[in-house]
Design a protein around this ligand. Structure first.
Ligand code: CTP
Length: 474
């Protein structure tokens, strides 16, 4: 018995295709991940049918549960349905031929092997028979099983052909190599290098979906190194590519910020599954090239790179078709604040500086600290320990302040309408001045974060500004 067909669903599918007298096979990701014993959160099953995938999908859906809705994509010859656990997609086996005059691909019905050879990688061409007489047999004309064992990503056809059919596959090769910790076979790799420019015809949405999968893997730097080596990085993400390189002056070198950034990404991946925190890690030093200066006295400076970097985020997100909503704002905020905890690790730091950071970071303070710790990429163990110890102290100080002052989601105890009522004034500049004075006094520890103290300060500030409190009892 083939362990990949252990589930009851395959028995049902087998009985449908056997009674319909058509050949059908499980193919692609399901087979690959089963053989790799890889847990896949999305349970997608791809079935290739020698004949009409749409007909078999309808019949299988009826047998599994009468009334199951089947989505049909006539143009692609595919159909799919979902049950509680699985999403099952059926496709008729196809072969591609070219009309000499138009060069437009004409998709015709084909054999299983025709279908296998137009897939992306040998490890995705492995098929398992569903028909009763041959149930569980592997059909592996391109050596997919062997490549799985050897951990190799290789195209079934000559790679230039496979990649020209869909240039996104160049990104997929790198994504699979990263997720599975496989090696891209040499000819396949060289073809990506040669064809990298063709990625331009692929939509940004498809590209970023692959990029996100690389970022969410357990060792994302592997993917970024491959993207860089193949030349894809400078096309799809030039700002990151720009971080590469080391410059030396007067014997002083700065670090390679590309390798540093992807190391930080690897580090943070051990501590978070939050895609957006991982993006913040990747982008935290993105403005280093834009802010780089050499100062003869003190050496290399990247002054203000956190602020300039946070301003670069919207443009990068727009180009990559990432969301321009609160996720982007979160990334901007983390990039903007990423140096602040370092400053707070100095001995002489005031409570006021700690309060201000808590106020600005709000609930994202823990994520910010995770980034700061991941940002330590020194190879010197003693240095690393020292930095980590400093951040432990900052965390403790933040905790103390927080317990005392409840500042994480700080809302000033007095709002604008109370100021307006108290002084009988119109909304305007004065209200803002008084509100800011109260906020600053609380953050600077001059008054406690309490309504009475805030009210007293409000009256005091109002009088300073020439206002008089109106008697609200009459
Ligand atoms: N496929 C392909 N070329 C593509 C996309 C997909 O040849 N550009 C084929 C592969 O055989 C793949 C199958 O279609 O196995 C299903 O594609 P998809 O669901 O995108 O990928 P999976 O292999 O299932 O992997 P994952 O779920 O990790 O994306």
């Amino acid at each position: 018995m083939n362990i990949c067909l252990n589930d009851k669903i395959f028995e049902t599918l087998s009985s449908v295709v056997t009674s319909e007298n058509v050949q059908a096979y499980v193919i692609g990701g399901w087979v690959r991940d089963c053989l790799l014993k890889r847990d896949h959160p999305e349970k997608d099953i791809d079935i290739v049918v020698i004949g009409s995938g749409i007909d078999i999908a309808k019949k299988a859906a009826r047998k599994i549960h009468h009334g199951t809705k089947v989505s049909v994509f006539k143009n692609f010859g595919t159909a799919m349905f979902k049950n509680r656990e699985y999403e099952i997609e059926f496709v008729g086996a196809r072969k591609e031929s070219y009309d000499r005059n138009s060069r437009k691909p004409v998709v015709e019905n084909g054999t299983l092997e025709d279908d296998q050879k137009r897939r992306d990688f040998t490890i995705n061409t492995l098929a398992i028979s569903l028909n009763r007489e041959t149930f569980g047999e592997f059909l592996d004309p391109f050596g997919g099983l062997d490549d799985l064992k050897k951990k190799i990503i290789r195209t079934p056809l000559e790679p230039d052909k496979t990649f020209s059919d869909d240039p996104l596959r160049m990104m997929r090769a790198i994504r699979f190599a990263t997720q599975l910790n496989f090696t891209i076979e040499e000819e396949t790799f060289n073809s990506i290098k040669e064809n990298a420019g063709r990625i331009m015809i692929v939509s940004a949405e498809r590209i970023v979906a692959e990029l996100n999968k690389i970022i969410m893997s357990s060792n994302p730097s592997k993917g970024f190194i491959l993207l860089e080596k193949t030349g894809l990085l400078k096309i799809i993400f030039p700002e990151l590519d720009n971080l590469k390189g080391v410059e030396t002056k007067d014997g002083r070198a700065h670090k390679d910020n590309f390798h540093h950034s992807i190391k930080v990404l690897d580090n943070i991946s051990r501590n978070t599954d939050n895609l957006w925190l991982r993006w913040a890690a990747l982008l935290h030093d993105i403005a280093k090239p834009a802010t780089k200066k050499y100062l003869p006295d003190s050496g290399w400076s990247f002054h203000g790179h956190e602020f300039v970097g946070s301003k670069m985020v919207p443009d990068i997100f727009r180009k990559l078709k990432l969301p321009l909503n609160e996720k982007m704002k979160y990334v901007q905020k983390i990039v903007d604040l990423h140096l602040r905890p370092i400053a707070l690790s100095q001995d002489l730091v005031t409570d006021s500086a700690l309060r201000r950071l808590l106020f600005e970071a709000g609930n994202d303070i823990d994520d910010l600290m995770i980034l700061c710790e991941a940002d330590i990429t020194s190879n010197n163990e003693a240095k690393k320990t020292k930095h980590l110890e400093n951040f432990r102290i900052v965390r403790n100080k933040l905790r103390e302040i927080e317990e005392k002052d409840a500042l994480r989601n700080f809302q000033p105890p007095i709002d604008g309408s109370e100021i307006i009522m108290t002084f009988g004034i119109q909304p305007g500049k004065m209200v803002g001045i008084i509100k800011n004075a109260i906020r600053d006094a609380i953050l600077d520890g001059i008054i406690p974060n309490e309504p009475n103290a805030a009210r007293n300060l409000m009256i005091e500030k109002g009088i300073e500004l020439g206002l008089t409190a109106v008697d609200q009892t009459t």
